[in-house]
Design a binder for this molecule. Structure first.
Ligand SMILES: Nc1ncnc2c1ncn2[C@@H]1O[C@H](COP(=O)(O)OP(=O)(O)OP(=O)(O)O)[C@@H](O)[C@H]1O
Ligand SMILES: [Mg+2]
Length: 321
């Protein structure tokens, strides 16, 4: 009927009184990347666990690779790979032993399991560390090992739950490269993340969920356009400069700037790209304000969120309260 290899229709999951997932619909065409974006507690992991047969839906249905997850869980497990938010690697085994174990788990013959382990270790730049216990690995190495474990059976459908949360920028770029390669080889990918930037880099389509519901979806460009495109932002030297800086920005952009008192950051949406940038610089200069880290940037997840829901992501709220 369609060539969607991951389909969810009205998926529901409750934990006691918590409505973790509340009627989620998803469709991922073969060979594409869907990113599920949302703040802590949005229901990302719960959705992934239902799609990967680890959790039984309370309502709705899901079909992965042509198999219903509730009725044919074994068939689904055979064709998917899952790299979870909480790594599945055994701390006390070496990297090589971990991968070997996954191979055996999937009934690869001993020799094939060994060969696949060596191949994946090389691919993920873990050969040197291969014979050290995983507990001695850095966070980035552990993530790479976890991803390698998900790839032991060469799945054509892959689920990655927050593959780069907690990684430093360099390791994150490395992970993106690996993911791009997989997609290039034809893997269909569902990826959860809290970072719009990551979805931006990797996804063909983005679904934003909050409180277990899909609140927006589309390409990255479409979502950003919905939020109002680029923003200018800069920091000032002291809190005393903020009112003057705000009115200078307001005069140019016609938008009340957003102020972060903690980092002394002023930001506002702009329509005119670099022209607006120059105008703001001139206005600040005329007002005698020295601005640092001044630049144009695209909206962040927080801003997409703020605009879609009228509130900040919960994390930030907690920090602010
Ligand atoms: N096993 C469980 N028992 C009870 N409540 C749960 C369970 N798993 C998840 N929840 C709740 O369901 C909601 C969704 O959780 P989920 O882990 O799916 O969110 P998430 O989007 O993955 O968040 P994060 O970004 O923090 O990983 C949360 O309110 C969470 O507390
Ligand atoms: Mg999660």
């Amino acid at each position: 009927m369609t060539d969607n290899v991951i389909i969810a229709e009205g998926l529901v999951k409750r934990f006691g009184k918590v409505q973790a997932v509340n009627g989620v619909d998803l469709a991922v065409p073969a060979g594409t990347v869907l990113s599920v974006l949302g703040p802590n507690g949005a229901g990302k992991t719960t959705t992934v666990r239902m799609l990967t047969t680890l959790l039984r839906p309370d309502g709705g249905r899901a079909v992965v690779g042509g198999h219903d997850v509730a009725r044919e869980p074994d068939a689904v497990r055979k064709i998917i790979g899952l790299s979870g938010q909480y790594a599945a690697v055994d701390e006390y085994l070496t990297g090589r032993e971990n991968l070997d174990m996954f191979g055996r788990l999937y009934h690869l013959p001993a020799r094939a399991a060994r060969e696949r382990a060596a191949e994946l270790l090389a691919r993920f730049r873990l050969t040197e560390a291969a014979d050290r216990p995983a507990k001695t690995y850095s966070g980035g190495m552990r993530r790479r090992l976890d991803l390698a474990a998900a790839l032991v059976i060469r799945p054509r459908i892959l689920f990655l739950d927050e593959p780069t949360t907690g990684l430093d920028p360099r390791s994150r770029l490395g992970m993106w490269e690996v993911i791009r390669e997989l997609v290039h080889e034809g893997t269909t990918l569902l990826l959860t993340t809290q970072y719009l930037e990551e979805a931006d880099e990797l996804a063909d389509e983005i679904v934003i969920i909050d409180h277990g519901e899909v609140i927006a979806q589309g390409t990255s460009d479409r979502l950003k356009a919905q939020v109002g495109g680029e923003r200018i932002s800069f920091t000032v030297g002291s809190a005393a400069m903020i009112p003057k800086a705000s009115s200078a920005v307001l005069a140019v952009t016609d938008a009340t700037p957003e102020i972060d008192q903690e980092t002394l950051t002023v930001s506002a949406p702009v329509a005119g790209g670099t022209r607006s940038l120059v105008a703001v610089v001139n206005a600040l200069d005329a007002a005698g304000i020295e601005a640092h880290d001044l630049g144009l940037r695209r909206p962040t997840l927080d801003e997409v969120f703020l605009s879609l829901t009228g509130r900040r992501t919960e994390d930030e709220q907690e920090e602010r309260d």
